[in-house]
Design a protein around this ligand. Structure first.
Ligand code: F6P
Length: 341
């Protein structure tokens, strides 16, 4: 059997470890052959593939990014959809596909599977927002990078008696903010799931400052302060009615400074959180998921994704992973909030 592998959507530390795990187990245990599909669904639509051999994956578990390349191409968005992919697979003699990706990728994979393709999924996102898996690889790395960055930002803030706002990734959910904020002892953590007003944020900042600390506010990029639910967005203005310049961290910093009188700076960590070597935890999780994906292919368990359940790797239907995002539950936020201020 010839198995195609693709990585799609935003990249994520651990993607190469998945590829390595799948190829090594697939070749050594099952005697399978592999095709590397370039740049996600684009490569599948256009037939841009290469023979993926054991030697190509040597030493890969510690390498960030993806040797396959990635893109945000959606196969159903004017790209031919199922029929064109089926034709490409037949032409290239590829019998099955392992799609490694986040919610968008797995939703496309689910539809392709429903329409008859032999496809299995591997969940990927630094955001950790996919249901049906306890953790996604890449999350631990992103949290470690963000935590180290916040630790560093704290010492400069302390030297200058400043407040520091640190914006981390998380468009829809606040897992990275929650974990990095808890790990680094942030005085406020702001996430999309939890409303917090500017008054409340200023109060937390004041409390920390009154105790002689340099206040640290960790904010997820998708956070919107209570009472400012994008009234100006459609006019190209930011949350506070000014020309949109930066993310929520950049927008919040001057508001905090104006309300508290404490000099405030912002650091936006951005794609730093997605780059570089994966942590040991992510390498192991990603490798195990890759090996389990090959088991799914060989067992013909189509239309499923591999997932982490406790300490075990399990196989779950695509539907379980794509129907709802895994948000931060109230009790996890309340637990962290005990430490604010
Ligand atoms: O979904 C992963 C993620 O890293 C989000 O946290 C972030 O909002 C987005 O991707 C950034 O995407 P891009 O790399 O396309 O700017």
């Amino acid at each position: 059997m010839k198995i195609g592998i693709l990585t799609s959507g935003g990249d994520c530390p651990g993607l190469n470890a998945v590829i390595r795990g799948a190829v090594l187990k697939g070749v050594r245990i099952y005697g399978q052959h592999f095709a590397g599909i370039r740049d996600g669904w684009r490569g599948l639509v256009e037939g841009d593939v290469f023979d993926l051999e054991q030697r190509d994956v040597r030493g890969l578990s510690k390498v960030g990014g993806t040797i396959l390349g990635t893109s945000r191409t959606n196969p159903f968005d004017g790209n031919g959809g199922t029929e064109s992919i089926k034709a490409t697979l037949a032409r290239l003699d590829i019998d099955a596909v392992i799609a490694i990706g986040g919610e968008g990728t797995l939703t496309a994979a689910r539809r392709l599977s429903d329409e008859g393709l032999n496809i299995v999924g591997v969940p990927k996102t630094i955001d950790n927002d996919l249901s049906a898996t306890d953790y996604t690889f890449g999350f631990d790395t992103a949290v470690s990078i963000a935590t180290e960055a916040i630790d560093r930002l704290r010492t400069t803030a302390e030297s200058h008696h400043r407040c520091m706002v640190v914006e981390v990734m998380g468009r829809h959910v606040g897992w990275i903010a929650l974990h990095a904020g808890m790990a680094s002892g942030a005085h406020a953590i702001l996430i999309p799931e939890q409303p917090a007003s500017l008054d409340q944020i200023s109060e937390w900042v004041h409390e920390a400052n009154d105790r002689g600390r340099a206040p640290v506010v960790v904010v997820a990029e998708g956070f919107i302060p209570a009472g400012h639910e994008h009234p100006h967005a459609e006019r190209g203005l930011d949350t506070f009615g000014r020309p949109r310049l930066g993310g929520i961290g950049e927008q919040l910093a001057p508001e905090i400074e104006a309300r508290t009188g404490i000099e405030t700076r912002c650091a936006t960590l951005g794609h730093l959180q997605r780059g570089g070597v994966p942590t040991a935890y992510d390498r192991i999780l990603a490798t195990r998921l890759g090996m389990a994906a090959i088991d799914s292919v060989v067992g013909g368990v189509w239309g499923t994704m591999v997932a982490l359940n406790g300490t075990e790797i399990v196989h779950v239907p695509f539907a379980d992973a794509t129907d709802v995002l895994k948000t931060v539950p109230q009790h996890r936020y309340d637990e962290a909030a005990i430490l604010f201020g």
